[in-house]
Design a protein around this ligand. Structure first.
Ligand code: BG6
Ligand code: MG
Length: 227
């Protein structure tokens, strides 16, 4: 395994616990449309764009709405979400994240965001995470949604790293697939029985160091095949 030179981080559910705010806002949207929506639906929507998430709810309810109505619903969902994240502070950064990012910087490993969210910059700023990033790639820069690898390919471009030197950190099934399609090593943040395709799964960053995770990857990670 070559030396790791770059790390690409998803935002929601990896660095901050915003997945719960997305869930509250989508649940209200689904309720207002009369479509059942629970935690399992939410799991499938992790990493999926705003529009892709609404399409999922509309499909589930077999609803066909005009583009105009869809735009109004998307705006309402995002306004609700922005109210929920409006008071976020660095206290909501998940345990161990600041130490882990600082350790990467000390080792000279480059850091990029790789998020589907168009609200990513706002949340990074509120949580005082922005200065730790060498590049920010998010929903504003990408045409394709995870599991398409675009967001991580752009991250590697920005950091000038090769897939075999790059680790993706993700909490979403779609995000792990995107990292794998990009040819990177993938570390899942969450449950091994959910993130089955990840090279390694951990519960979070508390008490983890980059070198301890990379050593585990070396033992368990599959060799990467670059097309
Ligand atoms: C992802 C979240 O990071 O961003 C999804 O996991 C969310 O749940 C997506 O739908 C888009 O976010 P936003 O902030 O642009 O609506
Ligand atoms: Mg996520």
């Amino acid at each position: 395994m070559p030396e790791i030179r770059a790390c690409l981080f998803d935002l929601d559910g990896v660095l901050v616990d915003t997945a719960k705010y997305h869930f509250i806002a989508w649940k209200q949207t689904a309720d207002s449309l009369g479509v059942p929506f629970d935690e399992q639906d939410n799991e499938l929507l992790k990493g999926v764009s705003r529009r892709g998430s609404l399409d999922y709810i509309l499909n589930k309810g077999n609803l066909h709405l005009s583009e105009e109505r869809i735009e109004l619903i998307l705006d309402a969902k995002n306004s609700h979400y922005l109210r929920l994240v409006g008071d976020m502070t660095p206290d909501e950064v998940l345990p161990g994240v600041f130490d882990f990012l600082h350790a990467l910087k000390l080792e000279g490993i480059k850091i990029s965001l790789g998020s589907a969210s168009k609200n990513a910059q706002l949340i990074l700023d509120k949580c005082e995470l922005s200065p730790l990033f060498d590049a920010i790639v998010d929903g504003r820069h990408c045409t394709h949604s995870k599991p398409h690898p675009e967001v991580f390919e752009r991250g590697m471009q920005a950091l000038n790293s090769k897939p075999t030197e790059t680790v993706v950190f993700e909490d979403a099934i779609n995000g792990i697939s995107a990292g794998n399609y990009a040819g990177c090593y993938t570390i899942g943040i969450g449950e091994p029985d959910v993130l089955k395709e990840a090279d390694l799964v951990v519960s979070g960053f508390a008490d983890k160091t980059p070198q301890s995770l990379f050593a585990q990857l070396k033992k368990t990670g599959k060799p990467k095949i670059i097309a």
